[in-house]
Design a protein around this ligand. Structure first.
Ligand SMILES: Nc1ncnc2c1ncn2[C@@H]1O[C@H](COP(=O)(O)OP(=O)(O)O)[C@@H](O)[C@H]1O
Ligand SMILES: [Mg+2]
Length: 330
């Protein structure tokens, strides 16, 4: 069945170019399936415009008439936006108000998974092992109860932007200062020695986990921005080189974290398998990188779900959730 699908891309966050690359892949694959695709672009200033390269009718921070009409007249909206003002529940809220089916996590799950501090509180409450942290608020002095190295990160960002692996007090102070440039809340985390693995999750009421993949960073010390996006800086090994029990444990925890945070549609769980064998959840990304060669797509490809089918299933899940929720009485 072919559909009219609006793909929202770009966005105000520093991950704008990554979103544009993800969306180009999504648009191509949907069109190849026979869907009618309407790209909606948000630029770094937050201006909405219809179509690639189109001129905004009005340089407004809210969708203009043309964009609003399009958004309310499609079968599904696919927000392919990363980070703040896209992956964090803001755009999802707009789509809820517009009353259109959209792909991926809803308002609560999006906001929750964006905030590494609150996210981990919820997971701890569900007995899901997470990376240990303290949270600093604006005005707090740098503090690290974990010893070195440790990780310092803004609470609500992505793509490793603003993150430091600190090896001493002076790097901690610099790292905290840098992270506070990006957010008003900063996490200081105990360093996890182990293997970094990622698991894709797909579905609504019965979410399924992909095969776990192992992130092998080839040159850098950790999975930083360069390792994520520069050619040849990362090898994804699927399936991850783990025992059968660890693979099952990673899949089980990924799905439990997905359910605990109210996720729907899709998410990519970033996890660690510590040297002592314990599996920890680091974070859930509700709109993971989405080119055909991104980790999420490759994990499902290796699990028997090719890219085009993945997109089709996500659109189906968007409609299923929409219909299900429409039956509720408010
Ligand atoms: N506590 C930690 N111990 C070891 N490595 C970490 C830790 N926290 C983050 N990292 C490294 O930093 C990367 C980015 O951190 P992450 O929390 O996933 O932020 P982002 O949202 O930017 O992806 C991880 O993929 C991992 O390589
Ligand atoms: Mg991450």
């Amino acid at each position: 069945m072919s559909r009219r699908i609006a793909v929202i891309l770009g966005g105000r966050s520093s991950e704008n170019p990554i979103s544009v690359a993800s969306a180009a892949s999504v648009v191509r694959a949907l069109e190849a399936r026979g869907d009618e695709v309407l790209p909606i672009h948000i630029d770094r200033e937050g201006r909405w415009q219809l179509g690639a390269g189109a001129r905004p009718e009005l340089p407004a921070r809210l969708p203009g008439r043309e964009v609003a009409t399009t958004l309310s007249d499609v079968d599904v909206v696919f927000p392919v936006l990363h980070g703040p003002f896209g992956e964090d529940g803001t755009v999802q809220g707009l789509l809820e108000l517009a009353g259109v089916p959209y792909v991926g996590a809803g308002v609560l799950a999006s906001a929750l998974c964006m905030d590494k501090d609150v996210f981990k509180s919820v997971l701890r409450d569900h007995g899901i092992p997470v990376t240990e942290n303290i949270t600093l608020r604006l005005g707090d002095e740098p503090r690290n109860p974990f010893g070195y190295p440790c990780f310092v990160k803004p609470a609500r960002l992505g793509s490793s932007v603003g993150i430091t692996k600190a090896h001493d007090d002076s790097e901690l102070a610099d790292g905290v200062r840098l992270a506070f440039e990006h957010d008003e809340k900063v996490l200081v985390e105990r360093f996890v020695q182990g293997v970094e693995v990622e698991v894709g999750v797909l579905g609504n009421l019965q979410p399924e986990a992909s095969m776990p993949g192992e992130i092998v960073v080839t040159h850098n010390e950790w999975y930083d921005f360069e390792a994520k996006y520069d050619e040849g800086e990362m090898d994804l090994v699927v399936p991850a080189r783990l025992s059968e029990e660890q693979i099952e444990r990673a899949q089980e925890l990924a799905v439990r974290a997905f359910v605990a945070t109210d996720c729907e549609g899709m998410a990519r769980a970033d996890m660690f398998v510590r040297d002592d064998g314990e599996v920890l959840v680091n974070e859930l990304n509700t709109i993971p990188g989405f080119t055909a060669t991104s980790v999420y797509a490759r994990l499902f490809e290796a699990s028997g779900v090719p890219y085009e089918e993945l997109l089709q299933r996500l659109a189906d899940h968007a409609v299923e959730r929409f219909e299900r929720r429409r039956a509720l009485r408010f």
